[in-house]
Design a protein around this ligand. Structure first.
Ligand SMILES: CC(C)(COP(=O)(O)OP(=O)(O)OC[C@H]1O[C@@H](n2cnc3c(N)ncnc32)[C@H](O)[C@@H]1OP(=O)(O)O)[C@@H](O)C(=O)NCCC(=O)NCCS
Length: 198
């Protein structure tokens, strides 16, 4: 597994292009229907949404909040995917199909997360506090799932399609149902470091 903390690119340009390559590779890895790289760049709304988010986020953290929010809303207009620029998204997020995904302002998403269409990482409070979910690394969130409140979903977990999750779950959980119930599964092998050398 590549650790974000220990990854130190020498140049920002290197980091920029590496991020783009990683995002494309995440699509290839997550979608068996993916064709060539050029097809991925042209046709994957989830990829466009992640790139739109990265621009919006860069503006947001530089205190260009109005511009950041506007880029976010324009990206939503183009892709049907709304990622608030205040959300913290890890590396290689892949949003498959994408339409209807909402990721709220205080959500945190780890590395190598796979999200299908119709997923909401939403809040249940109108107070300006941490009110959205925290998602660990390598979590899969099935189509239509709603994760609500400042809950934590442990790494290597899977959330079933159309589940409604309102409670935290430890790593290696499988969550299904309304309200979702967690069962554990045997830990999976983590990605080998070579997996992401692209
Ligand atoms: C939750 C999920 C990861 C479980 O996978 P799994 O561990 O292989 O589970 P299984 O298929 O063996 O099913 C185990 C049990 O959970 C039930 N189950 C599976 N998915 C469920 C769901 N989304 N909601 C409710 N129950 C579900 C199964 O019916 C089965 O019940 P049973 O033991 O009473 O027969 C998977 O079913 C899922 O929902 N993946 C999302 C995929 C998706 O959104 N794809 C969109 C592609 S466009």
């Amino acid at each position: 597994m590549v650790n974000s903390q220990t990854y130190r690119p020498r140049h920002r340009v290197d980091a920029f292009f590496r991020t783009i390559r990683e995002d494309i590779y995440a699509v290839r890895k997550g979608d068996p229907a993916a064709l060539s790289k050029i097809s991925i760049v042209l046709n994957y709304s989830g990829l466009h949404a992640v790139w739109g988010y990265r621009i919006a986020r860069a503006l947001w953290v530089r205190n260009r909040k109005l511009l950041g929010r506007s880029v976010s809303q324009f990206t939503r207009f183009l892709t049907g995917i709304e990622i608030h620029p205040g959300a913290q998204i890890g590396r290689r997020l892949f949003i498959d199909h994408g339409m209807g995904v909402v990721i709220g302002e205080t959500a945190e998403v780890g590395d190598d997360v796979l999200i299908y269409h119709g997923v909401t990482l939403g809040g249940v409070s109108t107070k300006k506090v941490k009110r959205h979910p925290t998602i660990g690394d390598r979590v899969m969130i099935g189509a239509g799932a709603k994760l609500l409140g400042p809950i934590e979903i442990g790494s290597d977990s899977s959330v079933g399609a159309n589940s409604v999750v309102t409670k935290s779950a430890p790593p290696n959980s499988i969550l299904t149902g309304v309200p979702a119930r967690a069962r554990s599964r045997a830990p999976q092998l983590a990605h080998e470091p070579g997996d992401w050398i692209i």
